[in-house]
Design a protein around this ligand. Sequence first.
Ligand code: NAD
Ligand code: ZN
Ligand code: ZN
Length: 351
Amino acid sequence: MTDQLRPIPTIMRAAVARTLGQPLVIEDVPVPTPGPGEILIEVIACGICHSDLHAVDGDWGTPPMMPLIPGHEVAGRVAAMGDGVTDLQPGQLVGVPWMFWSCGTCEWCLAGMETICPSTESTGFSKAGGYAEYLVAPAAFVATLPESVDPIAIAPVLCAGVTTYRGLKRTGLRPGQWLAVLGVGGLGHIAVQYATAMGLRVVALDVDDEKLALATSLGAERVVNSRAADPVAAVRDQLGGTHGSLVTAAAPIAFEQAVGLLRPGGTAVYIGLPGHARDTINTSISRLVESEITVRGSNVGTRLDLQEAVDFAVRGRVAATVRQVTLDDVNDVFADMRSGRIVGRVVLTPR
Ligand code: NAD
Ligand code: ZN
Ligand code: ZN
């Protein structure tokens, strides 16, 4: 039984992947019904993350559900509540991240590492996402958003924000230390801002000068074009290496460079996910051993990370550079993303 709070249509528009590697199809599909503990959310905005493109291209070892409605940077309003949902209000502004659900009982969930729960479900991958007018999500896993936020501006924080925020925490860096951000795309341009807000000093690396200019405008003190120079030598020459590095690019070479440009004792955090065809790197064992280098992965963020990451944005310390499009433009955005033409983040609205 669903406690329906206002009239909701039975049919909605959605961008649907029916075949891996093929354009999405805009079609009418049934509006989902929230089960116990779930809410129906009317989508206002959904960011387009590179992970959505990896998902519909089948880049990763595990294929997504098919047909798939992608999208996991969702800002919207509670439209209906399933049985047992008591801590949200109809009409309340909420955000839906990649981590749709985790079990809450495995050893990782119990240890506060729900991001690596083996039973986790993923929005816009194993569950229908936000490239639609409505989606369903478990009430316990959505972020509550204050009325003061602009849903279009906040959408990228739901993945790009929380993911880089957690990744930065996992570098273990202290204020005043140098961080290299490799890849200044949707994730990277927000990473520069979290890092700066945390008191870190940023050197940004990308293959595109326009993205490096954006990084500078957002607080990066140095930039290095990975195409024009040997980025490892450039960072080591200029700074003696960095204390930490954060890889948000999806090119394997950047993961190698992220280790090479560290100072002894440094930590590289890997966030980008190039896919199973490009999933390995070469690195020097002796460098890792003799310089006591740490390499860590970082996967999205916990619910606590999410509320903290949102709080930075609510306080105005972090703001995505956003271009707004509608659902009908999604294939053009994917084409731009494939060729690296997007500066900042593109956010779609259903209409
Ligand atoms: P994006 O396309 O917006 O940005 C990628 C950036 O990398 C671009 O600016 C591009 O110019 C730059 N780049 C390309 N080659 C480079 C190189 N050799 N050196 C430096 N920069 C280079 O993508 P995005 O949405 O920011 O996502 C980035 C990656 O992060 C994707 O692989 C995505 O799947 C992954 N991701 C991982 C998580 C996680 O939890 N680990 C979460 C979200 C996204
Ligand atoms: Zn994402
Ligand atoms: Zn679990």
